[in-house]
Design a protein around this ligand. Structure first.
Ligand code: OOG
Length: 259
């Protein structure tokens, strides 16, 4: 190992500790790239280390999530690539359940579609069929809580921060079906946003292909039983004590609230 490798490893460890501390203390942190360049490979290494810190505390990885699957969000960020993050059991909120707002810095909710993997996907098999590995679909809510001040981050920043992942709820699983252009409604108290699953890369099934491609590039395992969140179908709304409910036509609905 060269000194440069050692310095790079030390930086990854330090950035992961900083983001982990922001999450556990619910205290935001400034953008990393605001202080100097962060390349995407290093950002995924920070995410790996951040997730390792969580699993070392006993959390279990239960799924993966995509971000920036909507054209609007990609354009807003000036990027053309999706991002992938990890979900742990500590982030799961039961459908209809409550989540303690004291756990978050400035939580927002997004309406999503979730897929469940019924089998492992072999990242090294060029013929691997992720769509065939999916055994159920459900409406979902994701809670995003960027550890960065005012949700101000670059592409590499948000990758390092495990793509803002902090909570999720999944509605009733139903057999997989086409979900290309289903009406989606997100209600939080009196606020409401309408959209369509078409906002998710044109068809949430495309998100599965984008996920496999990204997981191959980043060596992120895809295991049987994993929940896959395909990305937001509308803009996010702030989460407070009012009920948040996502309804996806033909799939059903899912809700949670903050307490
Ligand atoms: C990043 C996460 C975005 C999505 O579905 O696009 C995301 C953020 O906006 O904090 O999960």
């Amino acid at each position: 190992m060269t000194d440069t490798d050692t310095d790079a490893d030390a930086r990854v460890a330090e950035l992961a500790l900083r983001l982990d501390a922001a999450q556990t203390a619910c205290a935001d942190t400034p953008s990393i790239e605001g202080e100097g360049p962060l390349d995407v490979d290093t950002a995924y290494a920070v995410q790996d280390e951040l997730v390792r810190l969580r699993t070392a505390r006993g959390e279990r990885i239960v799924g993966v999530k995509l971000g920036f699957t909507s054209k609007a969000k990609m354009a807003q960020m000036g990027v053309s690539d999706v991002i992938v993050g990890r979900l742990t059991d500590a982030m799961a909120v039961p459908d209809g359940g409550a989540t303690d707002l004291a756990r978050y810095i400035h939580p927002k909710v997004e309406p999503e579609v979730a897929y469940r993997l019924g089998a492992d996907v072999d990242l090294d098999d060029p013929e691997a069929d992720i769509v065939a590995a999916v055994d159920a679909i459900a409406p979902a809510l994701e809670i995003i809580d960027s550890r960065y001040r005012d949700f101000r981050f670059t592409y590499a920043d948000v990758v390092a921060d495990n793509t803002s992942a902090s909570g999720f709820a999944v509605g009733e699983w139903v057999p997989v079906r086409a979900a290309a252009d289903l009406a989606v409604t997100l209600r939080v108290g009196d606020e409401r946003v309408d959209g369509s699953t078409a906002a998710i890369l044109g068809d949430p099934e495309q998100a599965l292909h984008a996920l496999l491609d990204m997981c191959r590039r980043r060596r992120i395992p895809l295991k049987a039983g994993y929940v896959v969140l395909a990305g937001a179908a509308t803009a996010a709304l702030p989460l407070g004590e009012a009920e948040a409910r996502c309804t996806v036509d033909g799939l059903g609905s899912v809700s949670l609230k903050g307490v």
